[in-house]
Structures are given as structure tokens and as C-alpha cells.
Design a binder for this molecule. Structure first.
Ligand SMILES: *Cc1c(COP(=O)(O)O)cnc(C)c1O
Length: 359
């Protein structure tokens, strides 16, 4: 067996001890006599898994008691529509910050439910920056302010919680949740698909303040009504049981790593090394303004596009996979989530230097 370093943007690298534990527990989970995949979601063993999952996430993120933690399906993409359906609560407007491909998609879907005010956009810089919050045009009648804390495709990340000027703050944290410390109490709602930094695809975490639930429109399906899911511990219908279990294992792994604060320090170090290598080279460049560079997704281009193919081929020959950039922006992208060991980043840096020397 030879596992490679996997720089995929999502689904993405897993902590190896988690895969080993899942393998060990495949046929029988603890003393249950069966695999997690075979358990009833109403049975006592799965309920233990579900309770540990929620309490581990609550403790890792210090989620206050007046927030519900939901584990839903439909991906972050479903939330683009479900957020307005659940929390507009009679209002007709919502503010969005447009900083890249994912916030663009969130805006497009929200437009079916309300008047979307694009309070700021960095489209004119090709999504390589974040407009200064002092210039945002916020509407105090808006139900909420939505932003994408890390733009997975453009490699742009908010380094601080933006000032929502009293509006309810909503954030898509799909690609940087649990990578840095955040203060949940500053948000009305946080959501994230699990396939970037928390586990496999198939679960969407929604952390929502109590007062924002219970206002879904009549046409909102019950499985997508935050209040009814909260009342049923996210088990209004059959949840993605095995995926919950895997997310739970990733959270337990994160605890063994010292939790969010320690992993954040490692993420800072990994990203700094990679950006430094890019900045001091003559072949590679990253277009994002330094204050807004993502610690999770590092896009870079080669000065000569004809080298893209040979770069990817020889990267793979060196055990470095999934470095091709998103089709919409081209070039390369290295996603270096929590589970990417520093050794992977160092191997990439060494390979890039060698490729530059020989090309
Ligand atoms: C991947 C991603 C999404 C989409 O997630 P799905 O699970 O495919 O719906 C949304 N937002 C961000 C920031 C992402 O990185």
C-alpha cells in the first residue's frame, strides 16, 4: 500500500488514525455485535454515537447553550435556499458579501426567496481581495448578513469576524470550520458541509441560535425546517448514520491533537511555509492580496501555462495528488486542511522547488 499526499479541495484528506479506527470497527462497533452501518438510528448504540458527536462538536467550538447543532443532508448547497426559507421570518431582504464562487452561488439561490442586496463585492479584483467592511452597504431592514468565511475556489479567507452592524450574521464555513478559533456567539447561524475539514461528504452541520428557529415558511419541507429537526435531534427521518460516525471520529481525533487552538497554530505554520515558497519563486505566483490569503486553500499559477501538465504529472509521480486548480480559475490549488500533515506541505514545497530548478 502506498498512500499519497492528497491535496483535494473536497472530499479531501482524512486523518489516517481515523481511517484505521473505522477499519478496526468495521465489523463490530464496540460490543454491539454489528457494524455502525447496520444499526438502527433509534437504537441505544447509535444514540451514543449521536450524543458524542454533538457534545464533541459543542466542546470543540464552545457552542453556547442557546444554539442548536443540527446534522442535516443536502450539502452546504441546500442551505443556500434553506437559510432564507427558515430565517427570513417575514422580512423581504437579505445582505450578502460577494467574495468568490461560493458566495456567488449562495446569492443566486437566495434570490428565489428574497431581495438580495449585494453589500460588497470583490468581483472587480477577480476575487483576490475582500472589500473593507467600512464601505459595505448594509440595510438595517435585512433579515441577515451572509458571508463565506473561506472561498474554497479563489483561496480568499476572512481573518476576522466582520462587523454586521447589528444584523444577524450568517456564515458558510464549509472549508474552514474547525481550522481556527471562532466565537460562535457573534453569529446567528453557521453552516458547513463536512467533506472539507470534518469528515466524509454527506453531512451538513448547521449551528443556529434558538430564536432564529421556528419561523420556516409553510412550504419548507419538514426535514429542512430547523425547528422540527432540532426537536428531533436531527433524526426527523433516517440520518446519514455512518457519516455521522465518521465525523464523530474526526472530532475525537481533533481533540487528541489539542483541539482547535493547536490545530490553528499548525495551520498557520503550514500555510506560511507554502506561501513563502510561492512568493520567493520566479515560476509560481498566488494572485490573492496577502491579508486575505486562505490558510486552507492555496491557489497558484505557473508563469508558463504549458508547464501545467508536466507539473501535475511529475507531482503525481512524486506522490502529490489532486493539485489541479478548479476549472473556473485554472492553475493549481493545494488544499491543506487540518488533516494534511506538515510533511505533506514540506514534500510539496520541495517538489515545487525541484520542478522550478529543472524547468
Ligand atoms: C464545497 C463548498 C460548498 C458546497 O458544498 P456541497 O456539499 O457540495 O453542497 C459550499 N460552500 C463552500 C465554501 C464550499 O467549500
Amino acid at each position: 500500500m502506498s498512500r499519497v499526499f492528497n491535496f483535494s479541495a473536497g472530499p479531501s484528506v482524512f486523518p489516517e488514525p481515523v481511517l484505521q479506527q473505522a477499519q478496526q470497527e468495521m465489523l463490530e462497533w464496540r460490543d454491539s455485535g454489528m457494524s455502525v452501518m447496520e444499526m438502527s438510528h433509534r437504537g441505544k448504540h447509535f444514540l451514543m454515537i449521536a450524543e458524542e458527536l454533538e457534545s464533541d462538536l459543542r466542546s470543540l467550538m464552545a457552542v453556547p447553550d442557546n444554539y442548536k447543532v443540527l446534522f442535516l443532508q443536502g450539502g452546504a448547497t441546500a442551505q443556500f435556499s434553506l437559510i432564507p426559507q427558515n430565517i427570513l421570518n417575514g422580512k423581504t431582504k437579505a445582505c450578502y458579501i460577494k467574495t468568490g464562487a461560493w458566495s456567488e452561488k449562495a446569492i443566486k439561490d437566495a434570490q428565489s426567496y428574497c431581495d438580495v442586496i449585494v453589500s460588497a463585492s470583490s468581483e472587480d479584483t477577480n476575487f483576490t481581495s475582500i472589500p473593507d467592511a467600512s464601505a459595505w452597504t448594509l440595510d438595517e431592514q435585512a433579515a441577515y448578513l451572509h458571508y463565506t468565511s473561506n472561498e474554497t475556489i479563489h483561496g480568499v479567507e476572512f481573518q476576522e469576524v466582520p462587523d454586521a452592524k447589528g444584523l444577524t450574521l450568517v456564515s458558510d464555513m464549509s472549508s474552514n470550520i474547525l481550522s481556527r478559533k471562532i466565537d460562535v456567539s457573534q453569529y446567528g447561524l453557521i453552516y458547513a458541509g463536512t467533506q472539507k475539514n470534518m469528515g466524509p461528504a454527506g453531512v451538513t452541520v448547521v449551528i443556529v441560535r434558538d430564536d432564529l428557529t421556528g419561523h420556516a415558511g409553510k412550504s419548507t419541507p419538514s426535514v429542512f425546517d430547523y425547528a422540527s429537526q432540532a426537536k428531533n435531534q436531527s433524526m426527523l427521518n433516517t440520518p446519514a448514520t455512518y457519516n455521522w460516525y465518521l465525523v464523530g471520529l474526526v472530532l475525537k481525533w481533533l481533540k487528541t491533537q489539542g483541539g482547535v487552538e493547536s490545530i490553528e497554530q499548525r495551520n498557520i505554520a503550514k500555510a506560511a511555509k507554502l506561501y513563502h515558497a510561492i512568493d520567493q519563486s520566479n515560476l509560481y505566483s498566488n494572485p490573492v492580496a496577502p491579508p486575505f490569503r486562505s490558510r486552507m486553500n492555496v491557489p497558484f499559477i505557473l508563469a508558463d501555462e504549458s508547464l501545467d501538465k508536466p507539473f501535475l504529472a511529475s507531482a503525481e509521480a512524486n506522490g502529490l495528488f489532486e493539485l489541479k486548480g478548479h476549472r473556473s480559475v485554472g492553475g493549481m490549488r493545494a488544499s491543506i486542511y487540518n488533516a494534511m500533515p506538515e510533511a505533506g506541505v514540506l514534500a510539496l514545497i520541495e517538489f515545487m522547488a525541484e520542478f522550478e530548478r529543472t524547468h
